[in-house]
Write a protein that binds this ligand. Sequence first.
Ligand code: SF4
Length: 351
Amino acid sequence: MTKEKTKSIKAVSLISGGLDSLLSTKLLIDQGIHVEGINFFTGFCVEGHTHAIRKQKKDRPKRNNALWVAEQLGVKLHIIDVIEEYRDVLLNPKYGYGKNMNPCLDCKGFMVKKAKEWMLDNDFDFIITGEVIGQRPMSQRKQTMPMIQKDSGADDLLLRPLCAKHLEPTRPEIEGWVDRRKLLDLSGRNRKPQMALAKKFGFHDYATPAGGCCFLTDKQYSDKLVDMWESRGNREYELDDLMMLKVGRHIRPNERYKMIIAREEGEVKFLEGYRNQYTNLYPTSCKGPLALIDGKPNQKDLKMAARILARYSQGRTRERVDVEVRLESGVLQQFSVQPLSVEEVSQDWMI
Ligand code: SF4
């Protein structure tokens, strides 16, 4: 049924924090549509948390880019926690994984489905995304884009403003809620048209994540996730586990334990918050990082962990370094160890 012209048309926009969702939302706002943003927190998102931890990349502002996009556009942003529901998407993806542990096609279908539920609950009319045909190998291909519409149940209420002209007209276009002529025909991996458009709209400083909107596209992160599952013998996880995989240098000398060594001050501070939950160690005779231990190390393992930690401390060239180990039970142990030499640190331990 055609909506009366007098009724304001409302669209919910999936906002990841990247340039594409910024532009697609802007195009619709400029057509007089009332748009509100929605951002799903899966636990793997690049946004939030670790953005604020490390001190590196001082030139880049610390911020949640989804909120920044909403602020730039002057729209309301609804951040929705989907950590629990997302487990099934990650663990049992119907379409499998991309290059790493990213189940992009299932993930997009899931997010659009959740956006549709939100749309119905909040009396909105349609959904928009920043997808561009041919931009991503898994979820943004000509063959897979209709699958997202179908699997999510959004069907013709899903509009992709940046590449709409390459696709069949959707209901918002057919009904005249949106002027199809003002939508775009972007395609492929070339980002220059988006950058030009951003310039035209006066957006600077937007985020340009290399891999995608979450850590699952990152090889190192995916390796750490798989290593965690393998070492535990199951694929369960808590939010704290996911956060921990984003922080520090991860070293697994054997199957019994893994060390998470802070790489800089911001990470030391972050890991300090977990000292009561994990066995942890730190050098006491020189400056050096804090390390947490995940697993069940024996005494020999603890001594080796102290030697590894000494390697990453400022006492690495000394004969001996004192290391204090605080067990999960709160019991303290002291070690005086010889720092491991470069040759003794096996590359096979690095996750
Ligand atoms: S990059 Fe991550 S959040 Fe984005 S579609 Fe893929 S799995 Fe989902």
